[in-house]
Write a new protein. Structure first.
Length: 391
């Protein structure tokens, strides 16, 4: 089955650490943007069943529930949606928006990903976020009242002045909340962002060892609270893994609509021919790496330029080919190793297999049936461990 991703590249204010593509919110532009999304739904026929829809950004919660409902109605009209389609929206918790959440639930959204990041006001101020810890708590409470059962919270790690005690306080709050999922990300210092120029603030970030310690602290606390890790940054209560995000790591097809959106499916921007159905049927449901040959055939990775005006002006969004042959062995391996399911040893090269004993001994890997998977300690330094295994 195929996933749909809608990129909503508008933000009320730019966060100083963020290098995602977004432009300032402007009501009229957003309204035209929704119109362009609707045109593109018609312009991208997909015969494969859709089982996930994801509104990401930017700040998708700047769209009104009526606009979200319009997009979802267009999806229902143009595509075949599975009965239990997971429909996620990234929600910025700034201010109280109880009625907004109720209307969003009525519009059909059934999963919220709330950008809480921390439940420490001091931490949120250092990150330049516009919401408070109380806003985050209200958002979760209001989401539950609105009828959301599937609620994810973002947690940012390795932030300035994030001591063990500071992180423990946020982890305690997360453990007590009625949520089903946590996405725990390391703060990345991206070149060109205001944060990357702020040497005083950067000097207050944890070093590599402390970063690994904070990550392991989060893994252990979340496990104790019933969140099972299933990917390097993802933790879920049983039955609540993000089905949409799993598509990225399992190399299942998804189509992205919107300025800056990425896609990986059998639709070539060179031919414009929609082949998502054929390739989706081959890929869907296969375990990582098992379908490498079929998956690589006909699948392309492409993106929409980061240009809102170009997206607004076009009948069909402009698309640029990124990779005509993605998902070959190395990439599939790299993605699959992010998952706690790991990979079969037979998927590794002879040179990589020779590294396994040392990595097991160091505690970076564990045996998993006939294969291997990274341990939490391995995930804490995943770039180095994965690099050693994709030789
Ligand atoms: S972190 Fe989120 S809200 Fe902040 S600027 Fe980036 S996309 Fe916008």
């Amino acid at each position: 089955m195929t996933g749909l991703y809608f990129h909503i590249p508008f933000c009320a204010r730019k966060c100083p650490y963020c290098d995602f593509y977004s432009v300032p919110f402007h009501k009229e532009t957003v309204s035209r943007y929704v119109g362009a999304i609707l045109r593109n739904i018609t312009a991208h026929p997909i015969t494969d069943k859709i089982d996930t829809v994801y509104f990401g950004g930017g700040t998708p919660s700047l769209l009104s529930p009526a606009q979200i409902g319009e997009i979802l109605d267009a999806c229902t009209g143009a595509y075949t949606l599975a009965e239990d389609t997971e429909i996620t929206l990234e929600f910025n918790p700034t201010g109280r928006r109880d009625d907004y959440l109720k209307a969003l639930r009525s519009a059909g959204v059934n999963r919220l990903s709330i950008g809480t990041q921390s439940f420490s006001d001091a931490q949120l101020r250092l990150l330049g976020r516009t919401h408070s810890a109380q806003d985050g708590l209200h958002a979760v409470e209001a989401a539950q009242t609105a009828g959301f059962v599937n609620i994810s919270c973002d947690l940012m790690l390795a932030t300035p002045e994030q001591s063990e005690e500071v992180l423990a306080q946020t982890l305690d709050v997360l453990a007590a909340l009625p949520i089903t999922h946590v996405s725990a990300y390391m703060l990345q210092i991206e070149e060109g962002t205001p944060l990357s120029q702020d040497t005083a603030l950067l000097s207050r970030c944890p070093d590599d060892d402390a970063t690994a310690d904070r990550y392991l602290q989060a893994v252990h606390a979340l496990a104790a609270a019933g969140f099972r890790q299933y990917e390097v940054s993802s933790f879920a209560k049983p039955g609540f893994k993000s089905r949409h995000n799993l598509k990225y790591w399992r190399c299942e097809p998804y189509l992205g609509i919107g300025a800056g959106a990425h896609s990986c499916c059998g639709e070539s921007p060179l031919t414009g021919a929609s082949q998502c159905a054929a390739n989706g049927a081959k890929v869907g449901g296969e375990p990582p790496l098992a379908g490498a040959a079929q998956c690589a055939a006909g699948i392309t990775r492409f993106c929409v330029p980061k240009d809102v005006q170009a997206f607004l002006d076009a009948d069909r969004q402009p698309e640029e080919l990124l990779d005509a042959h993605p998902l070959e062995r190395e990439e599939r391996l790299m993605l699959a190793l992010r998952l706690t399911d790991g990979v079969p040893a037979s998927a590794l090269s002879d040179a990589a297999r020779k590294q396994i004993p040392a990595l097991l001994h160091a505690g970076y890997l564990r045996l998993n049936g006939a294969g291997i998977a990274l341990t939490p300690k391995g995930f804490a330094v995943s770039n180095a461990v994965i690099a050693a295994l994709i030789v």
